[in-house]
Structure formats: structure tokens, C-alpha cells
Design a protein. Structure first.
Length: 309
């Protein structure tokens, strides 16, 4: 594995790198460590391949021919690294008389090189985002917290705010587009399998299209295509989420609240149910993915409002 050069790519083109980094969280522990003190990996000899760590800092005192990646730790360069240096949830520290031949990527940290100019290849660049260092470090060191967050007052507050957000969103959507929501509910009740198949196929096509656009299109055009696609996916998910809230609330109201016919109550019941479902550890990821596919199917099976005839 060799790390991509940053000069010829836009920030959105780092998507494959970020995705691969998160995948490696669950499969990589640590490599090339000898006599390590706690929470650090020391590289003192010559290494011909990449050095990757999970939840530990890396100290390079020798010579690394490829790149160095730390997920949830710092990278301290005291020797020589020919390739790129990257960290998520940590910082890159370059000591005096050390050398970095590739790009420096820091997400959730900082790049420190002292008062003197760093010994770097002049054709390389530095990409740095300094926010949420503690949160990213904790997430990298404990990946399961991403899909199974610990129950706390903060988490409970977040779920209550999410419930309030989706309830208000549902009220707005059903107020301005009640017929569209009604038609979507009818399609879900009569053509659910067709909607699911179309949604899955369109989701795969959208993912492939984004990757291909970032890979082959010119940078300005790829950024535009990626941005527009993400916005459309967010809008589709929002409409699909509201439709499922209304459908669920309508079903439960007919079963248990037949004497209370209220659209607001229907939306509130649906919002509570879906907020609870999306709060279940591990399950919420699969449900969210399925909800996105259903949302795409709902949008793509809708009949056009205007006709040219």
C-alpha cells in the first residue's frame, strides 16, 4: 500500500483514504513494534513497508520507506519517512533534523515542527483539521463506541433533540407537501418490494457515481458532482424518514388510538417510534442504511407533477 499524493487531488478525493482508515480500525492492531512502552510504537530500524497503528502513538527514530498512519495516536518523527504521514485523532510532531518526504494529513490534531522550518519535500502539502481531537481519539481507540454509544445524560439529551428535530421536520414537510407524503405512503403500502429494489439499485449507482466522479472527473467538476449528490441524498433521506414516520404513526393510531384522529399525534407517535429504533446500539446503522434505500425508492417511483402534454 502506498499513500496518494495530495498535490493532484481535491480534499473530497481523500474519501477512499478516510473510508479505508475506518475499515482498518476493526482489523489492524499494531505493526512493527519492538520493546514498546505503553501506548506507543517505536521504529528504530529500517522499515520497507507502511507503519500503521490503532490506538497507539508512533515514534519513528529509524528509516521508513513508505508511509506512517496512526489512528487514535500521535506520530513523532525523529528519523526519516519517505512517504506520507497521517493521523486521525492525534498530532504529527516533527523533530529537528528529521525528514518527511510525503504529504502530512492531520484530522483532529495539529502539525508541530518547532520554531525552525520543517525538513520536507517542497513539492508536498499539509492537510490539517484541528477540531474534535479528543472525540476522534476516543473513537479511534474504541471503535465500538461509534455504533454502540454509552448511555449517558449527554446521549439522552441528543436523542431528545433528535426527536424534536424530526417532529418539527415532519410537521413542515406534511404542511407544505401533504399530497406528496400521502402518495408516498400509498406506494409503500402497495409497491413496497418494488420500492426496495429500485432504492438498492439506485444507492449502488449513486455510490459508484460519486467514486467515479472523484476519480476521473476534473477537480472542480468532481467537487460539484459530489456536493450535489450528497445534497440530493440528504433531501431524499429526509422525505423518506418523514414518510415512514407518518406511515408508522398512522398504523399505530388505527390500532391503539382509534378515538383520537390528529395528524400531529400521528406524526408524534411515528417520531417517537423511529427515534427509539435508531437509538438501538448496532441496529441503528442497518436501519439507517435501509431507510436511505427506501427513501431513494420512494423518490424514484414518484410520478412527475408536471406533464408536457
Amino acid at each position: 500500500m502506498s499513500f496518494p499524493r495530495l498535490l493532484q487531488h481535491s480534499p473530497l478525493s481523500y474519501t477512499p483514504f478516510v473510508f479505508a482508515a475506518f475499515v482498518m480500525l476493526f482489523f489492524v492492531s499494531c505493526v512493527f513494534a519492538q520493546n514498546n512502552p505503553p501506548n506507543s510504537i517505536i521504529i528504530e530500524s529500517k522499515t520497507e513497508t507502511d507503519v500503521i497503528s490503532l490506538g497507539k502513538s508512533i515514534v519513528v527514530r529509524g528509516d521508513v520507506k513508505e508511509g506512517v498512519v496512526a489512528l487514535g495516536g500521535d506520530v513523532i518523527i525523529e528519523g526519516r519517512v519517505e512517504g506520507d504521514v497521517a493521523t486521525i485523532g492525534g498530532s504529527v510532531i516533527q523533530r529537528e533534523n528529521s525528514f518527511i518526504g510525503g504529504d502530512v494529513i492531520v484530522i483532529g490534531g495539529a502539525y508541530h515542527h518547532g520554531k525552525t522550518a520543517p525538513n520536507r519535500n517542497p513539492d508536498t502539502k499539509t492537510i490539517m483539521y484541528a477540531g474534535y481531537e479528543d472525540e476522534l481519539r476516543n473513537a479511534m481507540q474504541n471503535p465500538s463506541s461509534l455504533i454502540a454509544p454509552e448511555f449517558s445524560v449527554i446521549y439522552l439529551t441528543q436523542r431528545i433533540l433528535a426527536m424534536l428535530f424530526w417532529f418539527i421536520t415532519a410537521l413542515i414537510v406534511t404542511t407544505f407537501a401533504p399530497k406528496a407524503v400521502g402518495r408516498a405512503i400509498v406506494r409503500l403500502q402497495t409497491k413496497s418490494l418494488r420500492i426496495a429494489i429500485i432504492g438498492c439499485l439506485s444507492g449502488l449507482a449513486a455510490g459508484f457515481g460519486i467514486f467515479a466522479g472523484l476519480r476521473f472527473l476534473p477537480t472542480p467538476l468532481s467537487v460539484l458532482v459530489g456536493f450535489v449528490t450528497v445534497i440530493l441524498l440528504i433531501l431524499a433521506y429526509t422525505f423518506g424518514h418523514v414518510t415512514m414516520q407518518a406511515l408508522t404513526g398512522k398504523f399505530l393510531q388505527k390500532r391503539f388510538l382509534q378515538n383520537r384522529r390528529s395528524e400531529s399525534l400521528t406524526l408524534l407517535v411515528g417520531t417517537i417510534v423511529w427515534t427509539l429504533i435508531l437509538s438501538i446500539p448496532f441496529v441503528w446503522m442497518l436501519v439507517s442504511f435501509g431507510l436511505l434505500m427506501i427513501s431513494l425508492g420512494i423518490i424514484l417511483t414518484a410520478r412527475p407533477i408536471f406533464s408536457w402534454k
